[in-house]
Design a protein around this ligand. Structure first.
Ligand code: ADE
Length: 241
């Protein structure tokens, strides 16, 4: 998979992709993230990227030409599955969307700034608008890093323990169960007996029940939703979705 990120602040994205899982994914050749500075595509001597809004009002608007030129240059090199604009008024990013993106080959993430991009960019040049939540960031860069992280870690081989992405919170519509490690007893705070029993079926059943309990307590809105594996009633049922 390849993710191209278009930004006016490339420096903001240097950190996230040179560390940890994302760096390893690059080193293993499983995912490539390329950050593109929009500035060279700017207009005139100053490489201008933004201008005042027609009709007045505070704040600058990112112009269509630099964005169109940058997209054209990228699209000459390869076909893209999606051109995604990061914006607070886009579709809210969630695990099913991360799963869907992780199956794609080439994605472009366009980061907005100032008052956002000229509406014609949204109408004609992008295929999807994505928000990472109901709050406003000062630009789309951190949102793009969040999306890239959530997507890349799902690519088979990126995580050392391949099953661990499948048991994440949200992956089956439920929050993940509690986890424990040594010592089994810390100051009298004990690890649940069942986890020490070695009885795989009982452990699996306990984890499922805990997932359901935790989800009902913290995120009741997830129960019975389209991605929920909890069919209601019998909380000891196997997770069969
Ligand atoms: N740009 C600014 N705020 C954002 C958000 N919440 N999600 C995606 N992109 C953004």
């Amino acid at each position: 998979m390849r993710i191209d990120i278009i930004t006016v602040l490339p420096g903001l994205l240097e950190g996230p992709f040179s560390h940890s899982i994302l760096k390893r994914a690059e080193e293993k050749g499983l995912a490539t993230v390329k950050v593109h500075d929009l500035r060279p595509y700017g207009i005139g001597k100053q490489h201008t990227l933004d201008d005042y809004a027609f009709g007045g009002g505070a704040g600058m608007v990112m112009m269509i030409e630099p964005i169109a030129s940058c997209l054209e240059a990228l699209k000459k090199e390869r076909a893209y599955d999606e051109v995604i604009y990061m914006t607070p008024d886009g579709q809210t990013f969630d695990q099913p969307m991360a799963n869907a993106f992780s199956l794609k080959e080439n994605l472009i993430l366009l980061c907005g700034h100032y008052k956002g991009v000229d509406e014609r960019v949204r109408q004609h040049l992008i295929t999807k608008e994505v928000s990472i939540g109901d709050f406003v960031l000062s630009g789309g860069e951190l949102a793009a890093a969040v999306v890239a992280d959530a997507v890349i870690r799902l690519i088979p081989g990126v995580l050392n323990d391949e099953t661990s992405a499948l048991t994440d919170s949200f992956q089956d519509g439920l929050l993940a169960p509690p986890v424990y490690t040594r010592p089994a007893d810390y100051n009298g705070w004990k690890v649940p007996e069942v986890l020490l029993s070695g009885h795989a079926a009982n452990i699996e059943s306990w984890r499922f029940d805990e997932s359901v309990r935790r989800t009902k307590e913290r995120r009741p809105d997830l129960i019975g939703g389209p991605f929920s594996s909890e069919k209601g009633g019998n909380t000891t049922a196997q997770n069969d979705s």
